[in-house]
Write a protein that binds this ligand. Sequence first.
Ligand SMILES: [Zn+2]
Length: 298
Amino acid sequence: MPLHLPPLSRRRFLATGLAACAGALAWRDALGAEADADRWALLADTHVAADRERASRGVNMADHLARVVKAVADLKPLPAGAILNGDAAYLKGEEGDYRLLGELLKPLAAAGLPVHLTLGNHDHRDNFRAGLGRGAARSPLASHQVSVVEAKRVNWFLLDSLDRTNATPGTLGKGQLDWLAGALDARSAKPALVVVHHDPQWTAPAKRSGLVDTERLFEVLAGRKQVKALIFGHTHRWRREKREGIHLVNLPPVGYVFDKDSPSGWVDLRLGDGGATLTLHALGGHRQDGVRVELTWR
Ligand SMILES: [Zn+2]
């Protein structure tokens, strides 16, 4: 999309505010009174099915999301917001998947947290809107749903790499990359954190299961020194790398893993001067639960 689900008490205000600001949200508008402006909850790959009892690879996806939502809603201080980075739905992005997703996310709205969602390859643009039924921000692009969330210390750039629903690779396209370049140039003073569902890949183009236009994305990102991190999901693996000084953060899935050794869960991001601390919150007693990673900005 992204879609933005504002906190319950602020929904009416934001409904008008969103339409007016055409894809840019200001943190002051969205920040609850008890929230820490430098704390963000990062989620990806929830794969929630319409059937609440549905399990895949031994995981009930609705249960996993409910546990993560409770953990985030109970944080003290609360984060400024949560980002759900694609593959919110099970496989084909059915309307019922999004209805249950909306139900499961409600405690975040009740706690005062806005939730920002991007689309993955198992999502469906129209069903997403219909199923969640609220919070759709007008995108500055007709072809893709993109937006900028202007936070206190950083700007978040939320991209849309959905190409075809239930086909694995993703792409951004020239129009979206041109928009991104302009949006970054208009906001050079604060660190930029770029969020996209698909993983960057520099393998042979024919073999890519992730972001097909990775090189073109990096042509946009590398020379713009405000870009500090690229955050993605898709692989269902918790990994970090660095490329051109830009941190590559692969979020774990909230739902199931493909590789039994990998954790499922979510990431607590705390921003500071010159960097951020990531804390992995793994489900099911995984040995990596609580692991911290320090990111220093280039
Ligand atoms: Zn996925």
